[in-house]
Ligand binder design. Structure first.
Ligand code: MLT
Length: 407
């Protein structure tokens, strides 16, 4: 008899987006003639930037010739990509990150999910609520939580992020060890200012904690006063890991490329109090379990950093931000309170109804898919998240349908 990892039994039956998919499939089966517009899962719809495509094609061509063919790449990623990331995403913004501190990977979801493996099961883990479900579920799978009760797992510390604190979690009253932060935020669309981010960095330093900073949506920041990286804050290199992705920045959700920064100064401790480099632990983990991102994909990602690439990703993000503006305006005109959509692709909408009830209402009356806020946590109850990832034509049509359905 094979015994299972019983922590899996603690998980709610399905991942949020799988549950949505189930409901949508059921709706499609009974309404085959209805054209559904998805503003649900944050999946990009526009083609890869031309600069990336050209680099991708050139690299594929190299793979077709024995003289330029490449097999396994370096575990951390090719230096042609890591050099550009360090220079353009960090050094140019005053954040001192070296290429050697960067691990190229196939996704921020995988990295934010896997990173907890490095740490003890006894840690006090803090997550925002609402929260990207991956942070929570991977800690449940690992055995860091007890039973699910009243919309939360016992054993985790939830940081309420609500209208009252502008959707930026306040510092915990108790001492926590591992802190997940995500800015621009999924799902609330909130951003964090320098001062509040500094408070978090100071808290982590004072409490020997580690911040796991998910900046997958950084490309949507248009307000220059908002920090793009946690490493723009002094002292963050000692206590923070940052996750970035090309998925939303350059339309790579189906192409797969991301990276994680683990500064060499970042330390964690064994039970005898001896310190260990988190960077080295992750390196050990990745070299054992991961064989890197394909060469053509890394070349395509590198092209993001060319002049042409930078221009193209800017207009790609502007396109989605324009959608976000249209969606937010429509809901506000209908009298709903909204957050986000200005420096983020998501709009967080207070519905005044149960989230799933509102989801069903939009699906049935407007044939629009959104994401129920309660799926992201207890503080998401009564909210929905609308994603701006779709074509401008479809968003226009969606907004018209929503106006008719909700008036
Ligand atoms: C979302 O809709 O929250 C995103 O698609 C999540 C992800 O990128 O994994």
């Amino acid at each position: 008899m094979i015994n299972i990892n019983e922590n899996y039994l603690k998980l709610k039956s399905s991942y949020l987006f799988t549950e949505i998919e189930k409901r949508v499939t059921a709706f499609r089966d009974t309404n085959p003639d209805k054209e559904i517009i998805s503003l649900g899962i944050g999946d990009v719809t526009k083609a890869l930037p031309r600069a990336c495509i050209k680099a991708f094609q050139r690299a594929v061509k190299e793979m077709s010739d024995d003289n330029s063919f490449r097999g396994y790449g370096p575990y951390k990623g090719y230096s042609f990509l890591r050099d550009k990331i360090a220079e353009i995403d960090f050094n140019c913004r005053g954040a001192d990150i070296s290429p050697d501190e960067i691990f190229v990977s196939d996704g921020a979801k995988c990295d934010t999910g896997n990173i907890q493996e490095l740490f003890s099961l006894n840690l006090k883990v803090a997550v925002p609520d609402p929260v990207y479900p991956v942070y929570v579920d991977t800690n449940v799978m690992a055995g860091r939580t007890n039973e699910w009760e009243d919309g939360r797992y016992n054993g985790l510390i939830y940081l309420d992020t609500t209208e009252e604190n502008d959707y930026v979690p306040s510092l915990p009253h108790e001492k926590v060890d591992l802190i997940y932060l995500c800015f621009p935020n999924n799902p609330t669309g909130a951003t964090i200012d320098r001062e509040r981010l500094k408070n978090w960095v100071d808290y982590a330093k004072e409490n020997n904690a580690l911040i796991l900073y998910d900046a997958a949506y950084v490309a949507f920041i248009r307000d220059s006063s908002i920090p793009q990286s946690i490493y723009e804050i002094e002292g963050a290199k000692d206590i923070a890991i940052e996750f970035r992705s090309f998925s939303k920045t350059a339309g790579f959700t189906g192409t797969r490329c991301a990276y994680t920064v683990i500064p060499k100064k970042c330390m964690a401790y064994d039970k005898n109090g001896n310190k260990h480099s988190v960077h080295n632990l992750w390196d050990r983990r990745q070299t054992t379990k991961f064989n890197g991102v394909s060469y053509p994909v890394q070349r395509a990602a590198e092209a993001v950093y060319t002049q042409e690439g930078q221009k193209q990703i800017r207009s790609l993000i502007d396109y989605y931000l324009q959608n976000a503006k249209v969606i937010r305006k429509a809901f506000e005109e209908l009298g709903y309170k909204c957050n986000g959509g200005d420096n983020a692709p998501y709009i967080w909408i207070k519905t005044g109804k149960d989230s799933w009830e509102f989801f069903d209402l939009l699906l049935n009356k407007a044939n629009i898919i959104c994401t129920p806020g309660s799926g992201f946590g207890r503080c998401g109850k009564g909210y929905i998240r609308i994603s701006s990832f779709n074509s401008q034509e479809k968003v226009k049509e969606a907004v018209n349908r929503i106006k008719t359905a909700l008036r």
